[in-house]
Design a protein around this ligand. Sequence first.
Ligand code: ARG
Length: 574
Amino acid sequence: MDKFKKEIAVKIAQVIKLRPEEMESYIERPKDISNGDYSFPCFRLAKELKKAPPIIAQEIVEKLKDEKIECVERIEIIGGYINFFVNKEELAREVLTNFYKKDLNGKGYGSSDIGKGKNIVIDYSAPNIAKPFHIGHLRSTVIGAALYNVYNYLGYNTTGINHIGDYGTQFGKLIEGYKLWGNEYKIDEDPIGELMKIYIRINNLCKEDEKVLNNCRDNFKKLEDGEKYCVEIWEKFKNVSLKEFQKVYNLLGSKFDSWNGEAFYGDKMQEVIDILEEKGELKSSQGAKIVDLEDEGINTPCIIVKSNGSTTYATRDLAAILYRMRTYDFDKALYVTSYEQVLHFKQVFATAKKLGLKEKYIKGLQHVSFGMVLLPTGKMSTREGTIVKLEDLLNEAIERAKKIITQKNPNLENKEEIAKKVGVGAVIFNDLSAGRVKDEVFDWDVILNFQGETGPYVQYTYVRTQSVINKLGKLPQITDVNFEKLEDRYSQEILKILYNFGEILEQVTVKEEPSILSRYLIDLAKAYSSFYNENKIIGETEEIQNARAYITYTTGKVLKIGAELLGMQMPDKM
Ligand code: ARG
């Protein structure tokens, strides 16, 4: 909640005897600070008051002379706009005491309980077993985790689901290949690489030999029916793959509340088919069963059962919706995947409507899509072309970070640990730094630039705040702060940014857009860099030193909170 905005709205409403909440919704935050901190556009009242906007502005300001707004130190009229300048000392007091209170009770500045009683389900990461964890899965993992953390911080009840791709006819083929040649491959050494080879080989054989193809189909059927041998092999594939994925998750620090993958819905799809059948939504088309979605404005029907009798990725997603609705009673169910799956989710959500779900659930379904990650050619692409082993990519990030750190600060202790935080942090921040729908170019020099708009820059600024506090030798106390000493423009710039933190976090959830937070951290880090360059912190009068130390402490904490919400870790030195 924006306290100042509310105060201004209430007073405006009072002097012109109109509705406070509506007045509040009219108030804007000007982009250009020379237009004040808040601006009230009077033209929105012109019709109702039957007067020209500049006249309304004059009248309101005249009346506000008797009805002072406490937080405002100056009012200006520009045409039909009234611009309000918040009292500088008041801003400092508001931000820092608020910060102090939250800091004290351990809740964290910017946290809230606006999400209390609301359930958010986030489906993210979801790599496919026996296939590489690719850079698109990395982006899903990072975006999903950031949303998860922010929702949690705002008091929502959040569930993170890793909807592993562990089901489908391809496993019938893999099982057949394994039966035939399993002992020729070193599956334990390089599980995913070797399983891929088996898959390619069996696929080729299937094209030549109908009998083999039929065996593969049988295997999948047997797997579905729970036949011991097939289930055992499938479980082996799954285990070795998950072990591989876990290496990436360990580097990223990823955790999930549920690992229910596609196979989990193996016995839950019949219900979907039954409901659709009963509602008369299922049509036969060339041996397959489909749902027509023309009436929903989608030209491609959703295939529920293929002509060979097997279910689809979409059928499993529909079963998952029913399950999640019953298990989590979700207010929002988010799906974080690349925009390649836009049509898939449109179809699934439209078909879910036809299952007769309540409006609440239909509305809650949202595809959080993101753009591609474009790799520069060269070392990172392997023989397969664009497939990069994610574990290698993260390890390379760590290596590169280590080199840079060593150059800058040869005597640093714990280099390994710090390099891990910086390298992985750089990759994470890069994934979150542009709007998610944008394609992103992955360029080492850009993402690891300590002076750029990067993760390492945010970390570096944080480290700077910590070294100021270390130099002081003691934590600054709010009781020592004279708020009048924070009226200079550099302190004010920081305070304005800090004031918005809660609002920014809300925006992240409204738009499902973590880049709003990464952008914010860059702005805060830049504001602190200017403050640091222009303002002497230590060695001025004690009053100034205390005030500046406190703002330094606050900035550091907020940078850390924000970075951690994005899934990064903060080094104390670098
Ligand atoms: N396994 C899928 C892929 O790699 C992503 C799954 C996304 N989640 C879902 N419920 N469909 O493309």
